[in-house]
Ligand binder design. Structure first.
Ligand SMILES: [Zn+2]
Ligand SMILES: [Zn+2]
Length: 353
């Protein structure tokens, strides 16, 4: 993973933990050409696509604008044209070209000029005619129902999706913006989505249900957001992710993990390794006794395996540091966690779509 690329994704990776954002990005990654918000919504199943796109301003670019038509009453944006007789409404119509023989001035239907042997001959003067001696003067319709002739049939529009007739007064012009991933951000987006998918896979394989973008008020009273809240076996673990973060960003995440760990155990995944000496001291010193596990790796692709191990190891309970808290606690760690521990609460509503 190229850190310069990942840093283009913005200050926080939290938005990318949102399933709606990820679904939108996955469609943009797959698409060979720019997509309109409507196409993204249809393909991703995400309702509030515009909102998701507005939060991805540095990653998604406006690729162009197209102009179309919508009938709001039926929702149609594509239409078929239906021709019908203005007298009886029949659609059984014939269309004929009217031509003038410039040699003699005779005006008639082109079919009247066609002789039995297939050649073209003027019905009035009988002389053979060719393209240059025939002047087109328009078209004529004949109804096979009522045999009326008329220069212009009734034209009506049929919505391609609804199949309903739409009058021209129902049509509204629409302007649609199309979106594409910025070329610079696409590789990092692809890597990050892959990593998040693998982290989710690890959590699921260990029996946890994942709540993305989990919000929790820490001991300080500050509301924090974590990439994932994992629920399994009556306990909950928060997971957060710092990829290619600079020291201030890592520090903010570590502080957040400590603050929240008074409420729930936290696993903080950091890659690559933190070089800042003061930060390393803080990270190692403060872990003891806190239910915050800070896992660093030189390679982000190792993080899923490290998360799996951390979930297997579990957490010390706040009252008795010896005991395990993870639902998959190792055999030497003793009992399974109970509902009464750690301020277990039923899952709060998550804002994610
Ligand atoms: Zn008719
Ligand atoms: Zn003629």
């Amino acid at each position: 993973m190229d850190c310069a690329e990942v840093q283009r994704l913005g200050e926080s990776l939290a938005p990318y933990c949102d399933p709606g954002i990820r679904a939108v990005l996955a469609e943009l990654l797959k698409a060979k050409s720019p997509l309109t918000a409507r196409q993204i919504a249809e393909r991703s199943g995400v309702g509030a696509v515009e909102e998701a796109l507005s939060r991805l301003s540095g990653v998604v670019r406006v690729a162009g604008t197209s102009y179309g038509t919508v009938a709001r009453s039926t929702g149609d944006t594509r239409f078929y044209v239906k021709l019908s007789c203005p007298f009886c409404g029949s659609q059984d119509l014939e269309r004929e070209e009217l031509v003038e023989h410039t040699g003699c001035g005779y005006v008639g239907r082109l079919s009247d000029f066609r002789a039995k042997d297939g050649s073209l001959r003027c019905p009035r003067c009988g002389s053979p005619v060719d393209g240059p001696s025939l002047r087109s003067i328009g078209f004529w319709y004949e109804c096979n129902g009522c045999h009326q002739t008329f220069p212009r049939p009734n034209i009506s529009l049929i919505g391609a999706d609804s199949g309903s007739e739409v009058s021209p007064e129902q049509l509204e012009p629409v302007k649609e913006v199309s979106y594409a991933l910025s070329e610079e951000a696409a590789p990092a987006v692809r890597e990050l989505l892959g990593l998040l998918g693998r982290l989710e896979g690890v959590a699921s394989s260990r029996g946890y249900a994942v709540s993305w973008r989990f919000r929790l008020t820490g001991k300080s009273g500050v509301l924090h957001e974590f990439c994932m809240g994992l629920d399994g076996g009556g306990s909950r673990v928060l997971v957060d992710l710092v990829i290619c973060g600079d020291p201030p960003r890592v520090l903010r995440s570590v502080t957040k993990a400590f603050d929240a760990s008074a409420e729930l155990p936290v696993i903080l995944l950091i890659a690559p390794e933190v070089e800042d000496a003061a930060l390393r001291v803080l990270m190692s010193a403060a872990i003891t006794g806190l239910r915050a596990r800070i896992i660093t790796s030189g390679d982000p692709s190792d993080l899923p395996a490290l998360l799996e191990r951390a979930l297997a190891d579990g957490f010390p309970s706040p009252s008795a540091g010896r005991e395990a808290q993870g639902p998959q606690a190792g055999p030497s760690r003793g009992r399974a966690p109970g509902r009464g521990e750690l301020g277990y609460k039923p899952p709060p509503a998550i804002g994610a779509a």
